[in-house]
Ligand binder design. Structure first.
Ligand code: H2B
Length: 99
């Protein structure tokens, strides 16, 4: 099976699409956001919830876990850039973190 490479967005398009997301930015080839929590238990719950959605989407963010925050970074490795998959997962993660 030959996987078709997803179309990637250029910087202007990424900036435009980031306007629909709160607190996300583009740097170093990834879209990223830090989610603050009130401590490690809730951080771990959030990491697991993100992991659950990521697994369902077969699309996996890098996550840097600290006591009171998790930094989430998304890119599509197979396409070598930012694709719809990244924006779709960013929206799901944002909705999740808001609840
Ligand atoms: N996650 C991300 N962020 N980018 C990918 O290209 C990617 C992934 N590819 N998760 C998936 C898994 C691929 O390796 C599997 C085989 O579908």
């Amino acid at each position: 099976m030959t996987a078709k490479k997803e179309p990637t967005y250029d910087e202007a398009q990424i900036a435009e699409r980031l306007r629909d997301l709160e607190g996300w930015s583009y740097a170093g080839g990834v879209i990223q956001r830090v989610f603050k929590t009130d401590g490690f238990p809730r951080t771990l719950m959030l990491v697991n919830a993100i992991g659950y959605f990521a697994e369902a989407a077969d699309h996996h963010p890098d996550m840097l876990v600290k006591w009171g925050s998790v930094a989430v970074a998304l890119s599509t490795h197979s396409a070598g850039g930012i694709t719809d998959k990244d924006f779709a997962l960013a929206h799901r993660i944002q909705d999740l973190a808001r609840t």
